[in-house]
Write a protein that binds this ligand. Structure first.
Ligand code: NDP
Length: 260
């Protein structure tokens, strides 16, 4: 049995922990990266372009953690092994993986293109499976690790213009459970965050649609769309020792959206 006196704010510290965050320099990923740098983690950001990287580098300079960058398409053949090799070289070990890179393509059901289905599933689901697999093998060697996947409200609800997005985000919940079950004996915890409606470029079209934006707002008990900074605490928590007995869950951060 754990001794309660051993609990302190240090349980939430990520000091000296090494994290890979895909898509970690822009959008919501930027907030996970900054949250982890703030509490002492070293972060390797992975994305195809250096968009946003400069400000992450500057942020890291002003905080405890160090940041590095890898330009890599996570859907490319062999990407997972390349990312693991680069992380071991740049960070020395991998304690945390945040599978954040994701995309959404919208169309009505008649016009939805097969190629668009494949693109979204490849990034939002297949790449998460492959990278988690490669990273888990390294984490298993040290008998510890945290994998954090990113769901959405489409992990629970339909989206009639976003078929592959909805399928991939439902898939994230299942994949999180399957990996959590398989990796628990290796002391690797696998959880997901399901952001609600967040004020970002990805949701710009939705916010500007007068009908849908009104419907969504009426559905949020908190009465407002979230600021991306409202996701920072849960990311740090799930990556920290404070969450060592939590695995296989998807945590909605949605201002109560799912309640209605
Ligand atoms: P953005 O489009 O703003 O950012 C996506 C990031 O992923 C970029 O940094 C991009 O960099 C990177 N990326 C995209 N494709 C690849 C690839 N093939 N290989 C490597 N990196 C890639 O997305 P958001 O911040 O809006 O979303 C992040 C996650 O949060 C996604 O999983 C999304 O589904 C989820 N989410 C977002 C919500 C929102 O309101 N925005 C709500 C709920 C969930 P680059 O282009 O340089 O590769």
């Amino acid at each position: 049995m754990g001794d309660v006196v051993m609990f302190s704010l240090n349980s939430f510290s990520l000091k000296g922990k090494n994290a890979i965050i895909t898509g970690g320099a822009t959008g919501l990923g930027e907030y996970y990266t900054k949250a982890m740098l703030t509490v002492g983690a070293n972060v390797m950001v992975v994305s195809r372009t250096e968009k946003g990287w400069d400000q992450i580098r500057k942020f890291a300079d002003q905080h405890d953690g160090k940041a590095s960058f890898l330009s890599q398409d996570v859907t490319a053949d062999g990407a997972a092994d390349k990312i693991v090799a680069a992380a071991l070289e740049q960070l020395g070990s991998i304690d945390i993986l945040v599978n954040n890179a994701g995309m959404q393509l919208r169309n009505n059901w008649r016009d939805f293109q097969d190629a668009d289905w494949r693109k979204v599933i490849n990034l939002n689901l297949n790449a998460v499976y492959y990278l988690s697999h490669a990273v888990a093998k390294e984490m298993a060697k040290q008998h510890s690790g945290k994998i954090i996947n990113i769901g959405s409200m489409q992990s629970y609800r339909a989206g009639k213009f976003i078929f592959p997005y909805t399928a991939s985000k439902h898939g994230i919940v299942g994949l999180t459970k399957a990996y959590a079950d398989a990796l628990a004996p290796e002391n690797i915890q696998v959880n997901a965050i399901a952001p609600g409606y967040i004020n970002t470029p990805m949701t710009k079209a939705l916010q500007e649609d007068p009908v849908r934006s009104k419907e969504i707002l009426e559905h949020i008990p908190a009465g407002h769309w979230a600021d991306p900074s409202e996701l920072m605490g849960v990311a740090v928590f799930l990556a920290s020792d404070a969450a060592n007995y939590i695995t296989g869950v998807t945590i909605p951060v949605d201002g109560g959206y799912l309640l209605r």
